[in-house]
Design a binder for this molecule. Sequence first.
Ligand code: MOS
Length: 733
Amino acid sequence: MIAMQEDKFAQQPARQLDHRYDGIAKVTGRAKYAAEFPVKNVAYAYIVQATIPAGTITSIDQAAASRAAGVYTILTPFNAPKLGELGNVNVLQNATVLYSGQPIAVVVARSLPEAQQAAKLLRIDYKEQPAKLDFKALLNNARPPSRGGASRRGDPAASLAKATAVVDQTYTTPIQNHNPMEPHATIATWDGDKLHVYDATQGITGVKQALARAFSIPQDNVRVECPNTGGGFGCKGYVWSHTILAAMAAKVAQRPVKLVLGREQMFGPVGSRPNTYQHVKLAASADGKLLLQQHDSICYTSLIQDWVEGAANQTNLMYDSESLATSHTVVPLNLGMGTWMRAPGEATGTVGQEIALDELAEKLNIDPIQLRLINYAEKDPRQGRPWSSKNLRQCYTQAAERFGWSKRTAQPGQHREGNKLIGHGMATANYGAGRSPSSAIVRILPNGRVYVGIGTQDIGTGTYTILAQAVAQALNIDPTLVDVQLGDTTLPRSGGSGGSTTAASVCPAVYEAAQQAKRKLAELAVADQKSPLHGADVADLDTKDGKLFLKSSADAPESITALIARNGGKPIEATATSEMPKDRDTFTSHSWGAVFAEVAVDADTHMVQVRRVVATYDIGTLINDKTGTNQLSGGIVWGVSMALHEEALIDKKYGRTVNENFAEYHVPVNADIHEIDVTCLNIPDYKFNPLGARGIGEIGITGAAAAIANAIYNATGKRVRDLPITLDKLMRA
Ligand code: MOS
């Protein structure tokens, strides 16, 4: 099936869309997001959150709240309907409080202000219990997680004993909270036992399945729509409590319900990137060969479910070493659940590993790039499988050249411009490549346009754009003639938009459906006595710019619109499914990059400016320059955030995030971001899929924070191993 098309796909020149398919709709406000759909008689729901971190709700007096203006209904653990099968979500099924901020009631009213006002009138009594909130104090209680854990190769003790240089340090990263521009939002409407939902999500199919299970109805009774998602980054990959609660509230209130989380509600009930406490031990011989890599990472987990920030996972495969030992353990705390956040594992793990490598390079007096080349993994070190494609050496070379790495002063604190200390640092970026099965429908329309429908979603990454391109490429037409529909579970099923898998999953399905539609068109022409192509060999026909023609002679072109008009005037339609390649277990597909940073640190105030970031990535085919490099540079911006700004501060007594707003939860603003120069090698990985594209969403954040931390050390001679690297830490260092 797909494999047949491989050569063809590879050889055709890409027809790129220069602008985002959905760009104009977005900047003019025409693009609708979940909360913006006009639904008649919609009521507004507001989630009430626990104010204690641990204990039991003993009573909720709702008398005054129920009498408040505009209130339709109030749901609490004492009156909420019992639901069917649930994920790890708190949806009023019991009175236990596991973290401060946990949803404990829902007020449904005529307007949002009325719902919020009534919520204030609820009288909630708790029986409090001692809460576990102090991560550092509980570090010794860290235990293996319910799933995943440790890896080991060789003989770590023997390797360590042989070493000339050893780095043995601890690196820490803080809890981070998701804050896409669009907060989570759901509108739920029941019609009998049929449920219709607009939901801000990274996976419409997952939402449909979760709702069907929760309300014990067939999946076909649930329709989920999400034509646009205002950023996801992992938080909208899970079906959280608010989605279930909106549907529950709509059922009880017997009217459509809209539930939108406030910005402060993004800190707790919808996941976070757990903190990490990473112990890294690197041991090497004098020539720079790694003898031992040890990486033990501890993170917090909620009491709801074990969730691990897999910081040590990438250490298992990034470099060769004689021995290796990695592990993950967790410290259960009374906090909201951990979840996926852009490059979960690699984003934090590259901080520990890539700063440690910088420290090792200094000890050995070897250039940091050279140290990485000495330990280059030619095969997947985990089991010796070949890579489907790996060109990391070229990433180092190209990015170093553009950055001007050869002019770097290796000795720290030596490069000064006025009162600015200038520093240069680098790190390796990496992220895995995955794909999931996907189906799509393509219709060649009588008016000359082409429709493609697929049950995926665009989380702002450019899915609309690359799907228009995939059809355009298959049919050899201008991509502006393609109409893309997605974000609706009535369309052919596709996977979630997470783990950098979307492009690699959906493009092959769409391309194949377009190919099949083309074949049907050719069959129609061959059978049509009025067609100049009558009686020709179907295999000899191709399309270009609205015409069917003979490949062998480029003669006898037939207009596609005329052909369809003569034959009933109906769209020519085909559906196709792309599957995983059968030999998937014989190789490892992984993406790579090299990221370089230049910082200027004010010698007096210790303020850090990231002046330049230069990076080159090996991500297979770059399907679209604009959407692809946007993804990568967006990831780097988040790397700046990790390095310098971002941190959720937890109150150790009350368990609440103290800085649950954009004034105090610092993320970079335009003034913090300077030159970001991103390129891709654009070397297709056809072993991975027919596009040769490995996905691009997550890798940009990986390595970026480490490169900046390493640059700060090069500038100042101060090694801060606790992110974010704020002024006070630099001052004290
Ligand atoms: Mo990504 S963290 O899988 O959305």
